[in-house]
Write a protein that binds this ligand. Structure first.
Ligand SMILES: Cc1cc2nc3c(=O)[nH]c(=O)nc-3n(C[C@H](O)[C@H](O)[C@H](O)COP(=O)(O)OP(=O)(O)OC[C@H]3O[C@@H](n4cnc5c(N)ncnc54)[C@H](O)[C@@H]3O)c2cc1C
Length: 405
């Protein structure tokens, strides 16, 4: 069994950001995962909702930024940032920070003597003193109970589709009123499907597309943080995860909700003018009728369509990470599926850290987005290498000794 000090499980934006900061601080890190694999499952033609700075991995200024990538590679593209360009940028970041990435699949993580034992799908084993789980949200795709038991030909989640051309000429209902539902509807429409959207609320919320940013000009940074999460003012607050974590829970929850309420990017509106949008529409049941599906609203019978696409988002539940051994999950202090985290995103199991969207309950809404990786990388590196704020290394803390103490 090979030994390593820190295993970072995941090579998406969070795993790469964490690795970058850990390696800068001199840590011994093994990075495991298929780089940017989740993003390669997203629909062709998609563009990113986050702005330029917020789409940077690990840092928005410096050698890993989008600007540095453009300068180094000569890549040129506009805004919003196209998905394929972001994937390419992620691959470039990986080459900079983790050219030695281990692309094997981890099947099991369990506690062992002096750390954790990782088992790979190919039969390999690894012992790590600490593990940073940066495994993303793919296992958390939310499929409501009324969609259970129906075949994939009739009902699927937005995350199931990369190539939407299969839907050409088919009648499709997209359920949901947030960005993933609305962008999927636009892409389905552009791929020749006959699309309709059903949203539960009585209105859709559209983002302003940077209107206030432009109006404020050079004053904009006072009220908008480069992390680009949340409206004017609140954007600055949620960009400070250490402060957000210290707010009383009854204050945190409405702020987090306001910062990430379901909304569509402004550039989607013109793409949806020919797509009917049903508001106040709650699906109660889906009934297969031959090779089609009949929708029943809470208010009565709805349309019969060829396919229903669930734009119902993601619900974090770390118990659904298939590689976490059940005793390890049981040992985690959790609230509603989220791990309760301390400094450096460390869980209640010493030496086990969980970053990305599962950190949102403890550190706030920016953890659901790429830009939360900047804080995360620094916070994990600070915790694990005990560097001071100037970056000089002090000690390396041993989680096992700390647990015994
Ligand atoms: C449609 C859509 C659009 C989005 N658009 C934006 C946007 O515009 N801007 C934004 O900031 N955020 C956006 N997000 C959110 C975004 O997905 C997350 O912010 C981001 O993916 C989080 O990165 P991550 O590194 O945590 O996870 P991921 O990017 O999912 O990376 C997970 C990594 O873990 C690896 N992994 C998982 N399980 C294992 C295992 N068992 N063994 C080995 N490796 C494993 C994977 O291979 C991968 O390398 C979007 C999400 C969706 C669904």
């Amino acid at each position: 069994m090979t030994d390593v000090d820190i295993a970072v499980l995941g090579a998406g934006p969070y795993g790469l950001a964490t690795t970058a900061h850990l390696r800068r601080a001199g840590a011994d890190v093994r990075v495991i995962g298929d780089p940017m694999s989740f993003w390669r499952t997203m629909p062709e033609g998609m563009v990113l909702r986050s702005n330029w700075t917020a789409t940077c991995i690990g840092e928005y200024e410096g050698p890993l930024s989008l600007d540095s990538y453009m300068a180094a590679t000569g890549a040129r593209f506009g805004r919003p940032i196209p998905l394929d360009r972001f994937i390419d940028y992620g691959g470039w970041v990986q080459q900079q920070v983790a050219p030695d990435v281990d692309v094997r699949q981890v099947e099991l993580v369990q506690q062992g003597t002096g750390g954790f034992r990782l088992a790979f799908a190919d039969g390999g084993r690894l012992h790590a003193r600490r593990v940073v789980v940066a495994a993303g949200i793919a296992p958390f795709a939310h499929r409501p109970a009324w969609a259970a038991g129906l075949p994939a030909e009739l009902v699927s989640h937005t995350s199931d589709h990369r190539d939407l051309s299969w839907f050409r000429g088919r009648r499709v209902l997209v359920v949901g009123g947030g960005q993933s539902a609305l962008e999927s509807a636009a892409l389905l429409h552009e791929n020749g499907a006959e699309v309709e959207v059903a949203a539960r609320k009585d209105h859709l919320t559209w983002l302003h597309g940077g209107k206030y940013h432009r109006m404020l000009g050079r004053w904009a940074p006072l009220v908008y943080a480069p992390t680009d999460v949340g409206p004017m003012g609140l954007s600055r607050l949620v960009a400070l995860p250490d402060l957000f974590r210290r707010l009383p829970r009854p204050v945190q929850e409405p702020l987090a909700h306001r910062a990430i309420r379901p909304a569509g990017a402004a550039w989607l509106q013109p793409r949806l003018v020919d797509v009917p949008i049903r508001l106040d529409s709650t699906v109660r049941e889906l009934e297969p009728v031959g090779n089609r599906v009949r929708v029943r609203w809470s208010t009565g019978v709805g349309p019969t369509v060829d396919h229903v696409v669930l734009g119902t988002g993601y619900r974090v539940d770390v118990a659904r990470y298939p590689f976490l051994a059940p005793p390890l999950v049981d040992a985690l202090q959790r609230v509603g599926g989220y791990p309760v985290l301390g400094p450096g995103m460390e869980t209640s199991v010493p030496g086990l850290h969980i970053v990305g969207a599962p950190a949102a309950w403890s550190f706030g809404p920016i953890m659901r987005f790429v830009s939360g990786g900047w804080y995360t990388g620094q916070a994990v590196a600070r915790r694990l290498t005990q560097t001071d704020h100037r970056g000089s290394r002090r000690t390396t803390e041993d989680p096992v000794e700390r647990q015994a103490a």
